[in-house]
Write a new protein. Structure first.
Lengths: 144, 144
DNA sequence: ATTAAATACTACAAATAGGTGGCATTTTAT
DNA sequence: ATAAAATGCCACCTATTTGTAGTATTTAAT
């Protein structure tokens, strides 16, 4: 529901990169496309490299490419990695131990809604995003 | 998924107060029960008054009670009020305008999952919580 | 070789969120 | 009347997140 800006940036970067996986993306290019604050973007990119989503090449003509098949990168993974493990596994109400020593009225309802969302996020990968993007491109071409 | 601590505190306070609506709760009492940092809790309580969820009475024997029927207070309302309007209405990916000028692959899936969650949160009120709490109490008594 | 274009690293600055403490005011009990 | 127990208000402090800037390093083109 509410992701940190950093996580949103990460999703944005990786989603954008996923649309053309053959390309090497420089920080400067991504800055122009995504308008994420320049310096922060650079830090995020090295961060995403360290997390293993992408890898960098140094020097002129250097930049970033995916470090693994984008079929292997789900939205859930990205969010979880960026927000820190278990950010999505805690109680909605933020109670470490439940308020009345047994599940509150929200519990079942919330767990169900949340697990559905987690399923969705787990089952959707950057590859799905790429596919959808390309289909949309085609549709647009046809309608000219 | 990830609510601010402040919102979690608000949920915690109101949920706790909902278990016995006839009582006047002092900040000090709630502090002992909920272990929310004392000074911050006091600020939150006056905040919740301003938002109209509860109302305060001054002086000795003063404290806080609900300002309206708890049937009228949904979890969604609380979260939305505390997080600031529309915190739950923005794109998962945090894009202000979508990355490729048309809905991304996540859109339908995400909107569905989210609207389900919002429905759940909207349809569940503090009154539901109270009811569940009292049923659980009864069950415990019977099993002695 | 030199220069240009890229990332790596790092120390710092700014903004936001979370938390504290003190003093004023109100009400009730004695 | 006075003291005690409560909230209201406010200025400040601390921690975390977000953002900046500069220097060092690597690579490719010339
Ligand atoms: S029972 Fe309620 S408070 Fe406890 S973990 Fe479940 S949703 Fe959270
Ligand atoms: S289309 Fe995708 S990026 Fe746009 S609002 Fe929907 S989920 Fe967000």
């Amino acid at each position: 529901m509410i992701l940190s800006k950093t996580t949103e940036y990460a999703l944005s970067i990786l989603s954008y990169m996923a649309t053309r996986t053959d390309e090497v993306y420089s920080a400067e290019y991504l800055f122009n496309e995504l308008k994420i604050p320049r310096s922060y973007l650079r830090r995020l990119l090295t961060g995403l490299s360290k997390f293993g989503f992408i890898k960098s090449s140094l020097g002129r003509k250097g930049g970033f490419v995916f470090a693994k098949d984008i079929k292997e990168i789900s939205f859930y993974q990205i969010i979880n990695t960026m927000e820190g493990a278990d950010a999505m596994n805690t109680c909605l109400l933020g109670f470490s131990c439940c308020i009345v020593d047994h599940p509150c009225v929200m519990h079942d309802i919330w767990m169900e809604a949340r697990s559905k969302m987690i399923n969705t996020l787990s089952n959707t990968t950057l590859a799905d995003l790429k596919e959808k993007y390309q289909q949309d491109l085609l549709k647009n071409l046809r309608s000219i």
